[in-house]
Design a protein around this ligand. Sequence first.
Ligand code: 6R9
Length: 648
Amino acid sequence: MPDIYPASDEFVAQAHVDSDMYEKMYAASISDPDAFWGEHGKRIDWIKPFTKVKNTTFELGKVDIKWFEDGTLNVSANCIDRHVATRGDQTAIIWEPDDPKTPSQHITYRELLDQTSRMANVLKAQGVEKGDRVIIYLPMIPEAAYAMLACARIGAIHSIVFAGFSPDALADRINGSGAKAVITADSAPRGGRRTPLKTNTDKALQHCSDTVKCLVVKHTGDQTTWVDGRDIDVRAEMAAASADCPPAEVGAEDPLFILYTSGSTGKPKGVVHTSGGYLVYASMTQQMTFDYHDGDVFWCTADVGWVTGHSYIVYGPLANGATTVMFEGVPTFPDAGRFWEVCAKHKVNQFYTAPTAIRALMGQGTEWVEKHDLSSLKLLGSVGEPINPEAWNWYNTHVGKGRCPIVDTFWQTETGGHMITSLPGAIPNKPGSATKPFFGVQPEVLDAATAEVQTGTVAEGVLCIKDSWPGQMRTLWGDHARFEEAYFSQYKGYYFTGDGCRRDEDGYYWITGRVDDVINVSGHRMGTAEVESALVAHEAVAEAAVVGYPHDIKGQGIYAYVTLMNDVEPSEELRKDLVKWVRQEIGPIASPDLIQWSPGLPKTRSGKIMRRILRKIAENDYGALGDISTLAEPAVVDDLIENRMNRA
Ligand code: 6R9
């Protein structure tokens, strides 16, 4: 396997950005950000054009991030109305349902305007106003996009809760954001099974103010209970509503959405993105990273419950007038050929997925790929975690047939869009490396212990970003102090990503994974503290410590060390019960893969759990535990090693 893969001459010739342009544009974006972003800020339509471009500081105690601050705009008008005049009959969204026997839908820009406006009027009729929060808890159906864009249209702030989250997690987000309404559906089909979203919402709303409205999309027809005066039949109301809803004028720095994500401590954090800078950045990265051209069909397989779905199913592609695929299902239903069947069916040109999906499909054999005509594909993308060389090679050979560049995009909920990624016509790929920074992004590698900036080309340490870019999060909802503390306090003057990284002799970046207590399960972020607090909420559990360990398909699995109450005996039944408990408390993505009964946990004399040791044992790498002399009771370590669960 060669270690560097340039795109073909043919690809480079038609690309938006080639290597000379990349070098020049990148240098310009760093030397004069005001001029660079002042120009690229014009890629979206402004109601009142901005006169100021960048106004940002990372100084601790005063962190403040503003882009295009005196401009006004409407995000939904940018994603819909401005395309209707020129491409009203072009498909905006191709909806592919969970069950391939259900017909797919093609929604034109004109229809998108109609549906979004109706949804916006339904929200208004329920008293939702500019600045109000709306929770979206929906399957991957067109109404999810209508709901996002309808909020944007009236200046309301949406917060999407992934349909796999539990009633408790939903209630936390409704209360945390102070939402006025929840938009949900009767149930969500996925892989032939159904998640009872409305029943979950009913449970959640028992813990919320009784003024919260519940808008229900009758999608599957499943019977649900109905609370008169609170529950609203969205499709019926939309049919009766006016299809005219003028877009509200909002400030560039007015919030567009809140998205809760896991951190290393405490409850999930409400990441806030605003309107102007976010849209400029999402649309520019969608066009350049994927080399999207007019008429292409773009498919990002993420769920809108994650940031990838926000930026690369809805906002980025639609701002660019693209045709975007929205897929309700899973890669392995009804069989392991589903992704490729959908690519062939809709003649997908750019395909963007996660390494965990590739690894799962890789295990099913190549016949599932070979069955389908993938000749429409021009480019492949990867996101969510580092892609291992085996998966990269399989993706390249069997899906891309060796002719599609693979863009490995490193970014985060917090960053709004791609941070380190190859631009396919400009930067040759090295499997496993996210390659180089996007325009305006200044990565620095700092020594984890001394916080010193590594000045040599070859470096290893933690990944920080030196200055702001337009897509950056602005704050944590209702908690600016926590925002500063979480991202700007460890390495003063820098945004800290939480990731480790290496820079090679060609200046390529290789992300080595989280250096904090966040684990990455199938490309989804999970805070170990969240899983621990769910476990200790169970009556049989005295104490719990959770770490990640290498998992063939998921990237990382969840390994829980559990100390039971004195009078409780461990059993297989209890183990199953704890898994079920965590699924109920947080959701299936938080299910522990391995639970080890641990009579004691390795603690320092001051009572701090030494996670380093727990990680090593979970990795089955217990020979190199390092210094354990500060432990209060070193003997517990022997017991943990002897009874370790991962012997791979
Ligand atoms: C977009 C998204 C962010 C964390 C991030 C890092 C990991 C994402 C990656 C990657 C290596 C890539 N990550 N993309 N690691 N290479 N191409 O995934 O957002 O859910 O917030 O996760 O995911 O560890 O810090 P989010």
